[in-house]
Design a protein around this ligand. Structure first.
Ligand SMILES: Nc1ncnc2c1ncn2[C@@H]1O[C@H](COP(=O)(O)OP(=O)(O)OP(=O)(O)O)[C@@H](O)[C@H]1O
Ligand SMILES: [Zn+2]
Length: 478
């Protein structure tokens, strides 16, 4: 039996909590995407694949999940890059946005919505206006607008920074009420892109975009807010302050989930630290699905070290999974539909059930993909040992269907593992034929054999109902 209870580690409460959406079966997930001023790198992939696994698992468990992942297409870093390279900032944005979308595609991370900041300027202005009107923000003489952190009484709890001394952030200390206030709107500086606003020309600060775009697409409260753990402070702390202040809801986000950083040489891989391995370079050396498998088989909260060795291991794991499936497909063409289930088959079926249960138990334990992946590799082991040594229809198709189920989370194998072939058999006609033969046996008063057929079909989930000399059949729900 698949356990129902999923537990999720919530950064806000620092505990594992039972997963309960606000509305049963519906999950909204917002993940902070990239600032597009450089190539997407392996660190990004770590976070994107991790949340893709979360989404796929929730879907496997029957939730209707909407996944929004924003694109920050205006920011100091983009402007600086454009200035350094003597290019238009929009050119920089276009180049790296398509690099990002291409990487997602290759990694089989399918996001439902990719909202961009520059397409939401009027929504941002409206949000900031409301924050000012409700006393949570103020306009400085420069025309910049700041969030007044003192008006929000829960600041620092998400990041565990409960002392004000730990809050200092961002520039413009001179015109802010407090050093820990942060910019919602930045007044235009000469030569910078700008939009008109009630406070003069300028552009949005970083944090406001996620409060605005998440509420636009997911509503004023939602289930999962994700990103790398590097974003907990100040980005998520600020988002939370803005949204809870304006919407008056608490909690604004039910589960805050943060991925562990991908490191290289003991340091976070990041554009600012200039130690990135761009995905487009890595994909020349490794199949993107090898990269995906490595990341999808790690627990999302662990710190990962980038190395050739881990990728080579993932490469060999992927090869093994593919070979197992290829072997099963070959066997599926050779095995015959059995008359009777053997004790051996029952034993191996039980082993497969245990692997399936372990997979779900691990995933239910805060999406422990690493534990769950052990089941996938063990299934592979069964294929090369007990299944291939005594191949049977039952075991081959059960193993294929299990791979298909696991792959709905892993996403590294073909989506169609050949199970369609089973449905291609003229199933109804075959059952009709058996029922016809049974009718003849009954005519000949061979009730013993007729009852045997009825019982055997029943154990396969096919119920026969006799009405005089006519028989109907239906598939019993399991
Ligand atoms: N090394 C990393 N490991 C895991 N996640 C990361 C890593 N670097 C960035 N992320 C995540 O990827 C998403 C996009 O991040 P962002 O564009 O800010 O990248 P960055 O390389 O950290 O850039 P910068 O150095 O300018 O901050 C965020 O959710 C962020 O938390
Ligand atoms: Zn964000």
């Amino acid at each position: 039996m698949v356990p129902i209870v999923l537990r999720v580690y919530n950064t806000l409460t620092r505990t594992l909590e039972g997963f309960e959406p606000f509305e049963p079966g519906k999950v909204s997930m917002y993940v902070c995407g990239p600032t597009v001023y450089d190539f997407s790198h392996v660190g990004h992939a770590r976070t994107y694949v991790a949340f893709d696994v979360v989404k796929r698992y929730l879907r496997l468990k029957g939730h209707d999940v909407v996944h929004v992942q924003n694109i920050t297409d205006i920011d100091d870093k983009i402007i600086n890059r454009a200035r350094d390279e003597g290019r238009d900032w929009r050119e920089i944005v276009d180049e790296y946005t398509s690099d990002y979308l291409d990487a997602l595609n290759k990694l089989r991370v399918f996001v439902d919505m990719h909202p961009r900041v520059t397409e939401h300027i009027s929504d941002i202005i409206e949000f900031v206006q409301k924050l000012i009107a409700s006393g949570h923000a103020y306009v400085a003489p420069s025309g910049s607008v700041y969030f007044d952190v003192d008006t929000y009484d829960d600041y620092g709890r998400l990041s565990g920074r409960l002392d004000k001394k730990m809050w200092t952030q961002e520039e413009f200390a001179t015109e802010k009420k407090n050093p820990y206030d942060f910019a919602l709107w930045k007044a235009r500086k000469p030569g910078e892109p700008y939009w008109d606003s009630p406070w003069g020309p300028g552009r949005p600060g970083w944090h406001i975009e996620c409060s605005v775009m998440s509420s636009r697409y997911l509503g004023q409260r939602f289930e999962i807010h994700g990103g790398g753990s590097d974003l907990i402070f100040p980005h998520h702390e600020n988002e939370r302050a803005q949204s809870e202040s304006l919407f008056g809801v608490r909690p604004w986000v039910k589960y805050w989930m943060h991925t562990g950083m991908l490191q290289v040489g003991g340091e976070k891989m990041s554009k600012s630290l200039k130690n990135i391995v761009p995905l487009r370079d890595l994909f020349r050396e490794y199949d993107p699905l090898v990269v995906r498998l490595w990341l999808a088989s790690a627990h999302y909260r662990t710190i990962l070290q980038f190395s050739d060795e881990v990728l080579r291991q993932a490469q060999s794991n992927l090869q093994r999974l593919k070979s197992s499936v290829a072997l099963l497909k070959k066997l599926s063409r050779e095995v015959e539909i059995p008359g009777r289930v053997s004790d051996y088959e029952i034993e191996v079926l039980k082993e497969m059930s245990t692997l399936r249960r372990d997979f779900y138990e691990n995933m239910d334990d805060d999406f422990n993909a690493s534990g769950a992946f052990a089941s996938v590799m063990k299934l592979s082991g069964l294929v090369f040992s007990k299944i291939s040594s005594k191949p049977s229809y039952l075991l081959v198709y059960r193993a294929l269907s299990l791979f298909e189920e696991f792959n709905r989370v892993l996403g590294v194998l073909d989506e169609d593992l050949g199970l369609g072939a089973v449905e291609m058999l003229p199933f109804d006609e075959v059952v009709d034929l058996i029922v016809e033969v049974r009718a003849k046996l009954r005519e000949e008063k061979n009730y013993e054999l007729a009852d045997y057929i009825r019982n055997r079909l029943s154990s396969l989930g096919i119920q026969l109902m006799d009405y005089g000399d006519k028989t109907k059949w239906l598939l019993a729900s399991k």
